[in-house]
Design a protein around this ligand. Structure first.
Ligand code: PNW
Length: 480
């Protein structure tokens, strides 16, 4: 989308809002905004997102070798009821059906990830042509339906054969080789790449708390080095994609940056939220956007600060074409007189949440997520690379899923995203998480995030009411 279009669009909406008189409180009560007030800009990219290990299954097929998640999920006690991604949605075989679902929704774009272990089963070495062929087929199928592929290169499924996993900086280099190889093979038809998904999840949750694969709980110094290898992989990946792409490509990443919401919108609180955003994301997005570790982070970690080699920070700070934000839930902050200048507020027990209790019903987080990142670092473009929720979906007697709570969640988030667009923040697109119910990591299949229900016994996909709702939003290019 061109800047000029967006700016004109912002002005037009402001004018329409003024004309409708909805700035006056009396009118605001008397009259709901019409649908067109919540219209999205022409060309806005509506999409859905998934990830390889969560949907593909076929873990032993066509040369794929185990990843840290295969091993972790097969370790007793690590996932809900010992569930694994062995079969998942079987999208490895049913991908045509899944692309058909995307087409039926009317989405313009699809974000999916490539399983590194299908391409380089040992993480490095000789590429496996059969693995790549699968993604050629997926890309062909998407393009046949005019759906633009957005590819994530790493969504946590690290080839298990890589010695030391993310504890080794060789893994960052191996990632760059893999990323460059994919760019060389697919960039004739794919023009948007995300290096990594949610660095904090595959570093801290994998190596510091041990909740995710590979399930280690390392001391601070080693865990901080793992973080460094995560951001380094991203940076080297950006360089490799650009070096090997056959044509123009847009490169970014997908981060679940901590979203800091000012409870009260005055200048002091807004400034505190911005400061908090920079601080709370210090070792990840802040370092990537600024090309250096914030001094406060280095001081706070002291002897445990990461060891950095020459060239690392230049790679990590590589300019990005876009920043992808995975938005689910915020933290609330308030200015105070502490050295960091803010306090994080603990939500009361009554704060409403979705089926996953970490997902609060706090739709303003999508607005503040965009705004804080843009006001701090001014990226050329933003995508919402994930947004959605789990819901306790049940099939009705006639086989429907009436997920009105998910519709509520999505409608409110998209209304708040509209505010960011109205204020001219450069949001190009939105990827709903997720197209399908899928393997939700340590929660196994107990948490459903899809707008299509999946019967995991038969692999039947059933559109939920939220799929019909999303279809209508896309068709009207508006929050409905
Ligand atoms: C993201 N947490 O992960 C991932 O990118 C997806 O793969 C995942 O399915 C989706 O969000 C929904 O959970 C997260 O517990 C998973 O804090 C869990 C957490 C955060 C992010």
């Amino acid at each position: 989308m061109k800047d000029i279009t967006r700016r004109e669009f912002g002005k037009a909406v402001t004018a329409a809002t003024a004309l409708a008189g909805i700035s006056s409180p009396r009118h605001a009560l008397a009259q709901q905004p019409s649908k067109s007030d919540l219209a999205y800009p022409p060309g806005f990219l509506w999409g859905c997102a998934t990830a390889a290990y969560q949907i593909e299954g076929a873990v032993h097929e066509d040369g794929r070798k185990p990843t840290v998640w295969d091993i972790f999920a097969h370790t007793p006690g690590k996932t809900y009821h010992g569930e694994t991604g062995d079969v998942a949605d079987d999208s490895y075989h049913l991908y045509k059906e899944d692309v058909r679902l995307l087409h039926d929704l009317g989405v313009k774009t699809y974000r999916f990830s490539i399983a590194w272990a299908r391409i380089f089963p040992d993480g490095t070495g000789q590429p496996n042509p059969k693995g790549l062929d699968y993604y050629h087929r997926v890309v062909d199928e998407l393009l046949a339906y005019n759906i633009t592929p957005y590819i994530t290169l790493f969504h946590w499924d690290l080839p298990a054969a890589l010695p030391g996993g993310w504890q080794s900086r060789d893994t960052s280099k191996a990632f760059a080789d893999y990323a460059g190889y994919i760019a060389s093979r697919l960039s004739d038809r794919v023009h948007h790449f995300m290096t990594t998904n949610e660095i904090i999840c595959f570093t801290d949750l994998g190596y510091r708390t041990g909740r995710f694969a590979p399930g280690l709980a390392l001391p601070a110094g080693e865990a901080n080095q793992v973080r460094h290898h995560g951001v380094l992989a991203h940076g080297l990946g950006v360089q490799a994609i650009r070096a090997h792409a056959r044509g123009a490509v847009q490169v970014g990443l997908a981060e679940n940056a901590t979203v800091c919401v000012p409870v009260i919108e005055d200048a002091e609180q807004i400034e505190a939220a911005r400061r908090a955003t920079r601080n709370e994301n210090a070792p990840f997005l802040t370092t990537i956007m600024e090309g250096r570790y914030p001094q406060t982070y280095l001081e706070q970690e002291g002897v445990y600060a990461p060891r950095v080699e020459p060239g690392d920070m230049e790679a990590i700070g590589s300019k990005l074409d876009f920043v992808g934000l995975n938005i689910y839930t915020p933290i609330y902050v308030r200015a105070d007189s502490s050295p960091q200048g803010y306090a994080v507020l603990r939500p009361p027990a009554s704060f409403p949440h979705m089926a996953s209790d970490w997902i609060k019903v706090a739709p303003e987080c999508i607005y503040w997520g965009v705004r804080n990142v843009c006001d701090l670092w001014h990226p050329p473009a933003i995508y919402i690379t994930e947004n959605g929720c789990s819901s306790d979906d049940v099939l009705t007697a006639d086989g429907q899923v009436e997920d009105t709570d998910r519709i509520m969640y999505l409608r409110n988030h998209l209304s708040q995203l509209h505010r960011a667009i109205r204020e001219d923040y450069p949001v190009n697109g939105y990827f709903l998480w997720s197209l399908l119910d899928n393997f939700e990591w340590d929660d196994g299949y107990s948490k459903r995030f899809g707008i299509h229900y999946v019967d995991f016994a038969t692999e039947k996909r059933i559109p939920k009411l939220s799929a019909a709702w999303y279809h209508e939003a896309i068709a009207q290019n508006a929050v409905v």
